[in-house]
Design a protein around this ligand. Structure first.
Ligand code: ADP
Ligand code: MG
Length: 947
């Protein structure tokens, strides 16, 4: 039984307050057919909606089967509508995008019945209203009467105890109206049917009771139910009416079907939404491509330009800095009115010389060898390379059998001439080689016997025992014949990328006749034009050549006087040495690959780290080194003491030195002294005030006269007698002039003998994989310098930094701009999805009302719209990714064309694609959040009134 007790409802629109229901009280039986009659606007629909729980009363109470609804919560009203009420509307209110079976199923769907049960009961309900054959049709494929029967089937499917029908025949012709009325009469047999109509005939014919409403008041009731005292009215009590909930899956299928009916629009929406995603995906792809490329370039650049620290170094940064400074200082100096000295060339020269420093690589190597050092974490895959200047000479035989030295072609030939020096300039671009060349020019230091320029060590791998040849080498060089060297006596011939090798190198290696070279050189020196032999040569010819390696220490041979002599320039001795030498075989010919990015090996001969190690060991055990180590005070080359601290020692050494000289040299010295004496006397006569006491001789020489005309024996004898009587000052003077330059030093000797201390590399090269790591390494070196003693501070030139720092800045700026674009397009696309969802909410207002009428909760409604936006978002995401992948095909062709290289290839990373799809979903969900909340908040009664 349904008791309506003193219900009032009023609407306020602006200042106008309208009492739509004014103290309405009516009791309805559990099974009767009540028709509510009344003029339009009298409040019939409002009453029905309040009975059905779609609208709320302001005052009064409704008692349902003895339970007051005063304490009902939204949830309870939802369940009440779902389980107890069945609605039938004038305008049918079927959901157009669902089949009629799904429409009928909906009430069951909301209450969470199983799929099979739903189908079964819906089909039965449709059969009962005579539509068993039409279950798969959509509402717009049915007549008005059929649609109203579907609506009745839907109202009945949940087997409600109350059916509320609001002008169910209002839109139907009279014949169909009769059918519907019959149906409702049938329905009313075992339940309460409340029907609003303004057709009194139909009401009187079919209804069992007629209630008339006028201006919100009941004016007549044909069969009122008067309750006895105390009957019915029971205390308000709260009771759960069962569950009314819709699963996520139902929401998705509802939205999916809705979207399916609007394929074109859904696609356009998703496409519009995907534009943002496409933009991001494209940026992501290109930046992935560019980043991969940059990483490659970085790695390659770092391989070509490692941080290279040499024993002797000059700070290129400092020099470049001062050059810039002097450029800037030129400004603002116009209009001066005096004489100003321009000191730039002097200061530049001083910057140049002051920037030369020597590095203590021993201390730095100790730092690097400590695995805990800060720097080590930034070292790249090539690692840290220590190189040692192994000293050796190479001799070989040219096709005519002439003995050739790789240092300068023929022994005793044109060695050292300007022409040959220029001809043998190493064209390799290795900056450290360039630096050491500039170094020797700056300092004026030239080493007597460095290794041949065309010989270079092949960089070993990080662990040199496991990989004797670095991957950098094997990746960038291909073997065109033979194989890579496997041992110390195996070398490769390195060609450049044009398969060329400097002509001089070919002569030096004895692959071309030395006589041709000498002819050529003398022609050049005479100012004649030459036409060098440039005919090609078979690989086999080079592979047959053997090269004899003589370590530096072996080139010092002990003479009869017990002193060691350098015999490297003596053809006879060299021939002998070459026989006992290490015989190197050219076992392979290599050249840079076409795509080589780093070419650390200059054209010439490459030898292994094993050979270097062998030479280090050999130098340590050589006799000359051992002898020198045995007496650290005396130079084994000439027997002179390395140090002479006081004048007494200097005088004694001068005496020893002159005494040890052979006659011709002693005579030459005597004559040189006499000549100097004469010159001095002439100066003195001219009154120049020469400092005669500095020179030996004086009276003795003056008296004897004519030393210059004497024979060797005589001159030598006079020298001996002079030495016997010379004062200490004179002896010191002789020491300074003749002995000092010959003394040398222990260290210089050891270097000349090729002795290498493994703790003291000549160059340390640190390879990083990226600019960031390279910069971190620079910082680590700065930290090292801060802590190090003054003498241990490291100075080096950061070539990669000089070249690439600006590039990385540009790249960072570009990335920043791209990120800004990305964020804008994200915001735009989510706003757009929000707008589209909002439109969808407006469009589906009616559907929201229907769902609510059937018991869907607010939460269910927002769920439906969230599902819709989710689906659109997913679609946008997939569409965006798909379109991006398609766009990348012509895009990459364009990139390759524009950049002139196919090294930059835009690729959409799989992870990025997945993230973008999820992002697209999340963003559309966020965009749709406000509209879906709005949808949920819609008043169902108002929603149903919406056309
Ligand atoms: P009936 O169904 O008898 O034609 P209604 O119950 O639909 O009448 O409406 C009764 C009165 O309430 C009407 O005058 C209508 O203008 C007013 N009304 C209905 N709904 C609203 C609303 N949401 N806001 C303001 N007035 C309303
Ligand atoms: Mg109405």
């Amino acid at each position: 039984m349904l008791q309506i007790n003193h219900i009032s409802k009023q609407y306020q629109t602006g200042d106008f307050v309208q009492k739509v229901l004014d103290d309405v009280s009516v009791n309805l039986r559990d099974s009767e057919f009540v028709a509510i009659l009344g003029p339009s606007g009298s409040g019939k629909t409002t009453l029905l909606n309040i009975i059905g729980g779609l609208d709320r009363y302001d005052q009064g109470d409704i008692d349902i089967n003895g339970t007051s609804t005063k304490l009902y919560k939204d949830r309870d009203w939802d369940a009440y509508r779902n389980h107890t009420i069945g609605f039938v509307f004038q305008s049918y209110n079927l959901i157009p995008h669902q089949t009629i079976l799904s429409n009928v199923e909906l009430a069951l769907t909301i209450s969470g019945a199983s799929k099979a049960e739903r189908k079964d009961r819906a089909r039965k309900a449709l059969e009962e209203v005579g539509l068993g054959d039409h279950i798969n049709k959509r509402p717009n494929q049915l007549s008005g009467g059929q649609m109203q029967r579907v609506a009745i089937a839907r109202a009945l499917v949940n087997n409600p105890s109350i059916v509320l029908a609001d002008e169910p025949t209002g839109a139907l012709d009279s014949e169909t109206s009769v059918q519907i009325m019959n149906l409702l009469k049938e329905v009313a047999k075992d339940r309460l049917v409340v029907m609003v109509t303004h057709n009194p005939e139909l009401a009187h014919e079919y209804a069992t009771r007629i209630v008339e409403l006028h201006d919100g008041r009941i004016v007549s009731d044909s069969d009122p139910l008067i309750l006895a005292e105390g009957e019915g009215l029971r205390r308000a009590r709260h009771r759960r009416l069962g569950k009314a909930s819709m699963s996520m899956l139902t929401s998705i299928s509802l939205s999916f079907n809705n979207l399916r009916t609007k394929k074109g629009r859904t696609f356009l929406t998703a496409f519009a939404g995907s534009i943002g995603i496409i933009g991001i995906a494209l940026i992501l792809s290109v930046s992935t491509g560019v980043n991969t490329y940059i990483a490659d370039v970085q790695r390659d650049t770092m391989t070509s330009y490692p941080i290279s620290i040499q024993e002797q170094s000059f700070d290129l940064n400092k020099i470049m800095g001062s050059a810039q400074e002097s450029n800037q200082s030129k400004e603002g100096k116009t209009g001066r009115k005096a004489i100003y000295p321009d000191d730039s060339s002097i200061t530049n020269a001083s910057t140049l010389t002051s920037s030369i420093s020597s590095n203590n690589l021993t201390a730095f190597k100790r730092y690097l060898d400590n695995p805990k050092s800060e720097l080590n974490q930034y070292v790249g895959r090539v690692g840290v390379q220590y190189s040692y200047d192994a000293k050796f000479s190479i001799y070989d035989h040219d096709p005519k059998g002439t003995l050739v030295s790789a240092d300068g072609v023929t022994i005793g030939g044109q060695q050292g001439s300007v022409a040959s020096q220029m001809a043998s300039m190493n064209p390799s671009g290795d900056p450290s080689a360039m630096q050491s060349m500039q170094m020797s020019r700056l300092t004026g230091k030239t080493e007597t016997n460095t290794s041949p320029k065309s010989f270079s060590e092949i960089m070993p791998g990080k662990d040199e025992d496991a990989t004797p040849i670095s991957k950098v080498i094997t990746d960038n060089y291909q073997v065109v014949d033979g194989h890579w060297p496997k041992d110390k006596d195996q070398v490769v011939l390195v060609l450049d990328s044009n398969n060329q090798i400097p002509l001089t190198t070919l002569y030096e290696l004895g692959l071309l006749p030395a006589s041709d070279y000498n002819d050529m050189m003398s022609k050049i020196n005479n100012g004649q034009r030459v036409k060098p032999d440039t005919s090609k040569m078979d690989y086999d010819k080079a592979l047959k050549q053997t090269l004899d390696l003589v370590p530096a220490s072996d080139q010092y041979v002990k003479g009869a006087d017990g002193h060691y002599n350098y015999v490297g320039g003596d053809a006879g001795q060299v021939a002998k040495l070459a026989q006992d030498a290490i015989h190197l075989n050219i076992v392979g010919i290599v050249r840079p690959t076409e795509k080589a990015s780093a070419t650390p090996l200059p054209a010439g001969v490459g030898y292994t780290r094993q050979l270097t190690n062998h030479l280090i060991d050999q130098a340590q055990s050589s006799q000359v080194v051992k002898d020198q180590q045995a007496d650290r005070q005396r130079n084994v080359l000439n027997g002179l003491a390395f140090t002479a601290d006081d004048d007494g020692a200097k005088a004694a050494q001068a005496k020893d030195y002159v005494a040890s000289l052979p006659v011709p040299q002693k005579a030459a010295m005597s004559k040189a002294l006499a000549a100097a004496q004469q010159a001095d006397q002439q100066d003195g006569a001219a009154g120049a005030g020469a400092n005669a006491s500095q020179l030996p001789g004086q009276a003795q020489y003056r008296g004897q006269g004519g030393i210059l005309a004497m024979g060797d024996q005589q001159a030598a004898a006079s020298m001996d007698s002079y030495m016997a009587t010379a004062s200490q000052d004179q002896l010191v003077s002789i020491y300074e002039q003749y002995v000092r330059p010959q003394v040398g030093s222990y260290k210089d000797n050891m270097t000349a003998f090729g002795l290498i201390n493994r703790d003291t590399p000549s160059t340390i090269k640190i390879y990083a994989d990226s600019f960031e790591n390279k910069n971190s390494i620079s910082e680590a070196i700065d930290h090292y310098n801060q802590k190090a003693k003054k003498a241990d501070k490291i100075v080096y030139t950061d070539y990669a930094g000089l070249i690439m720092n600006s590039v990385t800045t540009i790249i960072n700026v570009i990335s920043g701009v791209l990120i800004a674009f990305v964020s804008v397009s994200l915001v735009v696309s989510s706003i757009m999805i929000g707008i589209i969802t909002y439109i969808s909410v407006l469009e589906r207002t009616k559907e929201i009302g229907i769902l609510r009428a059937m018991g869907a909760s607010k939460h269910n409604i927002s769920q439906v719209f969230d599902a819709e936006t989710g689906i659109i978002g997913l679609l946008s995401g997939f569409l965006g990714v798909g379109i991006t992948l398609l766009l990348l095909i012509p895009g990459n062709t364009l990139i390759h064309h524009l950049m002139g290289t196919d090294q930059v290839t835009a690729v959409l990373p799989v992870g990025g694609a997945v993230v973008l799809i999820i992002l697209s979903m999340i963003l559309t969900l966020i965009g749709g959040l406000i509209p879906s909340k709005k949808a949920a908040k819609q008043d169902p009664a108002t929603a149903l009134r919406t056309e």
